[in-house]
Write a protein that binds this ligand. Structure first.
Ligand code: PEP
Length: 249
């Protein structure tokens, strides 16, 4: 049985004080919740306060992005070494907003994935098709291209610590959710490909999350699909009550 991961992507929302306020309200709502792994991904400026606020609890903290080298003249970037140094444990990579607005490519996602693994950060690697690709029947082709490039150089034994997030771009922040069946089908495509390239054991170990307008109202139906190993939640993770309801779907 794969333990599900329920991760919050706060995007560019919340000051450190607001992040701390969230944690204060959220922790009592999920106390003793061991069924799933809970991860909060605030913006970089709130990482340290959130890490301090959840210390000793069942809640982990990750970044929303990082660069792939340890240090250097890369103004504005954060390195895996820096994330490790403040005890972040996870990092979202290749989110569609990074691909769309900040030039993230399959190649940079691959470099970041290898760097995260080298530094023992748990990567949450995002893949997903845009609406035009789905409508022209290219979903499988796009997912296979993204996943194969992202996983170049990854070995089977690393898959247990890698999380993939299938996030159809047309469902992110739009209120449109993939049906459980659509998500299930995309997850099966991804897992079959991991099985083909890295073996069945690796495919059975890797967690594949669904992301795209997950809310308390639709979480149960999505999470009950056998191929869906959790959720990456944007908008509905900003409110402690709403995110706690998703965690406890
Ligand atoms: C996301 O940002 O990863 C996401 C899935 O956003 P939303 O839940 O708001 O669609």
């Amino acid at each position: 049985m794969r333990k599900k991961v329920i991760a919050a992507n706060w995007k560019m929302y919340k000051t450190p004080a607001q992040a701390q306020e969230f944690v204060k309200a959220f922790l009592p709502l999920v106390a003793n919740h061991d069924r799933d792994e809970i991860v909060l991904c605030p913006s970089d400026t709130s990482l340290s306060v959130v890490i301090a606020a959840v210390a000793g609890t069942n809640v982990a903290v990750g970044a929303q992005n990082m660069y792939f080298v340890d240090e250097g003249a890369f103004t504005g970037e954060t390195s895996p070494v820096m994330l490790k140094a403040i005890s972040a444990t996870h990092v979202i990579l290749g989110h569609s907003e990074r691909r769309q607005y900040f030039g993230e490519t399959d190649e940079t996602v691959n470099k970041k994935l290898l760097a995260a693994l080298k530094h023992e950060l748990k990567p949450i690697v995002c893949v997903g098709e845009v609406l035009a690709e789905r409508e022209s029947g290219k979903t499988e082709e796009v997912l296979l291209r993204q996943i194969r490039k992202a996983f170049e150089g990854v070995v089977a034994g690393q898959c247990a610590s890698i999380v993939i997030a299938y996030e159809p771009v047309w469902a992110i922040g739009t209120g449109k959710t993939a049906t459980p069946e659509m998500a299930e089908e995309a997850h099966a495509i991804l897992r079959r490909d991991i099985a083909r390239t890295l073996g069945q054991e690796a495919a059975d170990a890797i967690r594949i999350l669904y992301g795209g307008s997950v809310k308390p109202e639709n979480a149960t139906a999505l999470m009950n699909q056998p191929e869906i190993d959790g959720a990456l939640v944007g908008g509905a993770s900003l409110d402690p009550q709403s995110f706690a309801k998703i965690v406890k779907y």
